[in-house]
Design a protein around this ligand. Structure first.
Ligand code: IPD
Ligand code: CA
Ligand code: CA
Length: 262
């Protein structure tokens, strides 16, 4: 399938960094048995992937700014374009050899996300989206799920880690949603949770306290697949607040109704 030059640049960078992560995943399986575990190794794998992405993306688009989880913000001469990158989303999964992690690349132009690529090198699933041109998984066009009964829906969520977020609030939210849906899932890589919404695998998803690099690529993926994504208020920008609610129009509205007052 033919994609734009921009998408080709993003896919090439994602696949290149993906090869590096996949090699490192093999190494982790050995380190798993050691007492110290693979934590330091994973930090290096993460940084290595970000440097590969930075090198590839800036070589193809010199001057674009770059915001990466590991290296922070690197300004470019072109002030209207910024890459927003998570080189390894789902670090805890990766650390434990669980093949649910991804590279997430979003491109922002004048404050608007115009393209996104999410790539899981473990199963070679590649999600792409470009503004006005649709969303695709390995070249198959994506469409959000159509369910309109919450009790038939499978809903994804995040859970705050130890020492982070509001655990009480998280429990209130889980209890409220659990009573109304067919199933709850916590997969552990926010970018892929969003991609799963675009692919119709999950009907809805919410999570608080995310970062722009968790959301940027997934946001355009969902919108291009006909879904709705906002903050907890229902009409706010998740990239600004870090809180996310998404699904088809109906599920999104229902989730906002339940979660907003909590
Ligand atoms: C994390 C994952 C996880 C989400 C966390 C994120 P990281 O990103 O996306 O699913 O619950 O809030 O920080 O640290 O693995 O890049
Ligand atoms: Ca992340
Ligand atoms: Ca990360």
């Amino acid at each position: 399938m033919l994609h734009s030059a921009l998408i080709n640049v993003m896919v090439k960078a994602a696949r290149n960094a993906g090869r590096s992560l996949k090699r490192d995943l093999g190494e982790i399986e050995h380190l798993q048995v050691s007492l110290k575990g693979p934590a330091n190794f994973v930090t290096k794998a993460d940084q290595r992937a970000e440097e590969l992405l930075y090198a590839d993306l800036t070589k193809s688009r010199p001057g674009y700014g770059f915001i990466g989880e590991e290296g922070g913000t690197r300004e470019g001469a072109d002030k209207s374009h910024t890459w927003i990158v998570d080189p390894l989303d789902g670090t805890t999964n990766f650390l434990h050899g669980i093949p649910q992690f991804a590279i997430s690349i979003g491109l922002q132009r004048d404050g608007v996300i115009i393209a996104g690529v999410i790539y899981n090198p473990a199963n070679d699933e590649l999600y792409i989206a470009e503004r006005g041109k649709g969303a695709f998984l390995n070249d198959q066009r994506l469409r959000v799920a159509g369910r309109r009964k919450l009790d038939e829906c499978v809903i994804g969520c995040g859970l705050p880690h130890i020492g982070r977020g509001d655990h009480e609030q998280s429990r209130r939210e889980l209890t409220a949603i659990q009573q109304k849906v067919a199933g709850l899932r916590r997969f552990g890589a926010a970018s892929l949770d969003l991609a799963f919404i675009a692919a119709g695998r999950l009907d809805g998803y919410w999570e608080r306290n995310l970062q722009p690099w968790d959301i940027a690529a997934g946001q355009i993926m969902i919108r291009e697949a006909g879904g709705v994504i906002s903050g907890i208020e229902g009409d706010d920008d998740p990239l600004k607040t870090g809180h996310v609610i998404c699904g088809n129009e109906f599920v999104h509205k229902e989730l906002v109704k339940i979660l907003k007052p909590l």
